[in-house]
Design a protein around this ligand. Structure first.
Ligand SMILES: [Zn+2]
Length: 266
């Protein structure tokens, strides 16, 4: 038994050291690093909790630590905006707000006034991130395709993203906190624009199996990384290098605002 365990350990460790990147299948792409955030002198985070949906504090702390590492130490976390509404209205509300559809939100008068004030506040700061925690999140209301997290395409002032605790806490095998850390990091990657270069970017995801931006769980990566470093809660060395390079460049010469593409995590 002991011999078998040692053999497996060696096998997994060796496999981990020689993980081959995913093939591109003519699907290589590229995107720009979000220099407005990477070069920001201050970032304002605005949590928005719908019907008391919230993330685990430990996972949020991990997100915050990594956001600071790749952008600025000067991050202000504002008081959580709490909204309550009928369940059937939640998904449309999140989608309309994320898509910045300019119509009157279907909220009660009291909630609407508070929410309009919230919008004003998030737009008053230069680099704002709104993190919505919602009990419902679908890519398409008709298809009812459930999402763990989502970054909205046209929202860059503020950047708007949404997370669904019910879906994230329903992840198989891993714990809720592990699942949250992974989803937070993936949405952070999409927000910051990694993977950027086409040598490791396949349709917006990273081809490196040890990267948190790798599109789906890979048992070899999970096993090898678990044995060597723990769960993959961070970007691979290529994604990290792109963020580091962008940060060094913006210190020397500020770059214009560049918006990253919409990404969804299922
Ligand atoms: Zn990567």
């Amino acid at each position: 038994m002991k011999k078998l365990f040692i053999s497996l350990l060696i096998l997994f460790t060796l496999t981990g050291c020689t993980l081959t990147p995913m093939s591109f299948d003519n699907d290589a792409s590229s995107q720009n690093i979000n220099t407005s955030l990477v070069c920001a002198k201050q970032i304002d985070l605005y949590p928005l909790s719908i019907n008391e949906a919230n993330p685990p504090q430990e996972a949020f702390n991990h997100y915050l630590k990594k956001l600071k590492e790749y952008t600025t130490n000067n991050i202000i976390v504002h008081e959580t905006m709490k909204l309550s509404m009928e369940e059937e209205k939640v998904n449309d509300f999140v989608k309309n707000y994320g898509d910045e559809t300019l119509h009157i939100y279907d909220l009660s008068k009291k909630n609407r006034d508070r929410f309009l004030q919230f919008i004003k506040q998030t737009k008053a700061t230069k680099n704002s991130i709104v993190m919505i925690y919602t009990p419902q999140l679908f890519s398409n209301p008709e298809e009812k395709k459930r999402l763990n997290g989502r970054l909205f395409q046209h929202s860059y002032h503020p950047h708007i993203m949404a997370f669904n605790p019910l879906n994230i806490n329903d992840s198989p095998v891993i714990s809720d906190i592990q699942a949250w850390k992974i989803v937070f990091m993936q949405i952070l990657g999409y927000t910051l624009g990694v993977p950027a270069n086409s040598d490791h970017n396949k349709a917006g995801n990273c081809t490196r199996r040890e990267c948190v931006m790798y599109p789906k769980p890979d048992w070899r990566a999970v096993m090898s990384v678990l044995l060597l470093n723990g769960m993959p809660y961070d970007f691979c060395h290529k994604c990290k290098a792109e963020l580091k390079e962008a940060k060094e460049r913006c210190i020397k010469q500020p770059l214009p605002l560049i918006i990253s593409n919409t990404k969804e995590k299922q």
